[in-house]
Design a protein around this ligand. Structure first.
Ligand code: FAD
Ligand code: MG
Length: 303
């Protein structure tokens, strides 16, 4: 019987495990190793690790966490979970593991629009976050935003701040229609609009060619997509955790201690935030570690 099982051993799960290992609590981390940013060569904006390879940051974290003797690691995909008495039983690696608390740090999975050529360029010339990759594209670059819904308005305005007026193009792709006020904002910020559907993207980094359904082609230095996301697995359904909705997808609803709507089940990182980054995931994971630990000592209302 572990004190805590953590599903997901990336930034959020590692940060939770670190707090619990330091409290000498027994922890099992179950991790399938599919970090969301595994497609990118470098990670930006995380203080002290700016520009490091995503894999290097998580490997260092794993080494730190594994140095605590009460932390065990299992490379596996967790599937079935059920409540047993005051705790939980989780199937992973062909065995059932029991714990008093559960932390879901599974991250989210990106769903890219079905446009040929996007997947291969994800994390290279196609990105989701300007704070992560905008600076590296350089000044005065030609940036495009592929709309996936009405939130493309905010994304286009945001992205345009990383380049000069006239160099941001919003590709509507039938995903949304700006209203008059939005069109005035676009005009004021020098954001161009393309109404033709995108047929495919091509070209080799550092350039990206966008081919439209009417046969025209435009070349950009970077394309941003606010991808739709989902939380992987069916833990919410199996346990009864309520989900909250962001403009791009669902995430676990949690309180300030990172406990979900099911007592004893905590969630953190991208899986429990409306918007993710490595920094947010680490901070959120630390909160979940504190929260799960304190819940072992204090009644629900006090931890
Ligand atoms: P993740 O890092 O996604 O990790 C979740 C872990 O849980 C994975 O190892 C996964 O395999 C595991 N898991 C899931 N389900 C199970 C299961 N059932 N059983 C076992 N294990 C499971 N952010 C930045 O701050 N800077 C950047 O430069 C940056 N670049 C990015 C580039 C790209 C292309 C993308 C897509 C994202 C980028 N991000 C960046 C965002 C960043 O990747 C996420 O915010 C961060 O990875 C979230 O950490 P996490 O621990 O919550 O989830
Ligand atoms: Mg994690």
């Amino acid at each position: 019987m572990f004190d805590v099982i953590i599903v997901g051993g990336s930034y959020a799960g590692l940060a939770a495990a670190l707090q619990l290992g330091r409290a000498r609590r027994s922890v099992l981390v179950v991790d399938a190793g599919l970090r969301r940013n595994r497609f990118a060569a470098s990670s930006h904006g995380f203080l002290g690790q700016d520009g490091q390879a995503p894999q290097a940051i998580s490997a260092k974290g794993r080494a730190e966490v594994s140095a605590y003797p009460s932390v065990r690691w299992l490379e596996a995909t967790a599937g079935q979970v059920r409540a047993v008495g005051d705790g939980f039983a989780l199937r992973a690696g062909g065995e059932e593991h029991a714990s008093r608390r559960l932390i879901l740090a599974t991250g989210v999975v990106d769903e890219l629009p079905a446009v040929e050529g996007l997947t291969e360029r994800w994390g290279k010339t196609v990105f989701h976050c300007p704070y992560c990759h905008g600076y590296e594209l350089g000044e005065g670059r030609r940036l495009a935003v592929l709309a996936t819904g009405p939130h493309a308005f905010h994304q286009a305005v945001l992205i345009s701040d990383w380049t000069a007026p006239g160099l941001t193009t919003l590709l509507l792709h039938d995903a949304y229609e700006p209203d008059d006020a939005e069109l005035r904002t676009f005009a004021a910020r020098g954001i161009r609009i393309e109404r033709a559907r995108v047929a495919r993207v091509g070209g080799e980094a550092p350039q990206l060619d966008v081919r439209f359904s009417d046969g025209r082609e435009l070349t950009f230095d970077g394309l941003f997509i606010s991808s739709r996301t989902h939380v992987p697995g069916s833990f919410a359904e199996q346990l009864g955790c309520e989900l909250a909705q962001s403009p791009v997808g669902a995430f676990y609803q949690t309180d300030e201690t990172k406990e979900t709507t099911v007592p004893g089940v905590f969630a953190c990182g991208d899986a429990a935030l409306p918007f993710g980054s490595v920094t947010f995931a680490v901070a959120d994971g630390a909160r979940a570690g504190f929260g799960a630990h304190r819940s072992l000592l204090f009644p629900r209302a006090e931890h």
